[in-house]
Design a protein around this ligand. Structure first.
Ligand code: ZN
Length: 61
C-alpha cells in the first residue's frame, strides 16, 4: 500500500486544503492556487503500520 500526498503545482507546498470539511475543491493554503496540483505516491514499507496507527490516533482525538 502507498500514501498519496497532494502538492501545489505552483509553489510545491503540501499545505493543501482538501475541502474535506467544505464543498470546495482543492486549494493551496500558501498561494491560494486552486487549479494546479500534483500527487506524489510514496511507499511506506515497514513504517506504514506505525504511520497509520499515528494517523488513527490523531483522528480519534
Ligand atoms: Zn501553492
Amino acid at each position: 500500500m502507498s500514501l498519496s500526498i497532494i502538492f501545489c503545482g505552483k509553489c510545491a507546498s503540501n499545505l493543501v486544503d482538501s475541502g474535506f470539511e467544505t464543498e470546495t475543491t482543492l486549494k493551496c493554503v500558501d498561494c491560494s492556487n486552486s487549479k494546479d496540483f500534483k500527487i506524489g505516491k510514496i511507499s511506506l514499507g515497514d513504517d506504514e503500520e506505525k504511520i497509520l496507527a499515528l494517523a488513527k490516533q490523531d483522528a480519534m482525538l
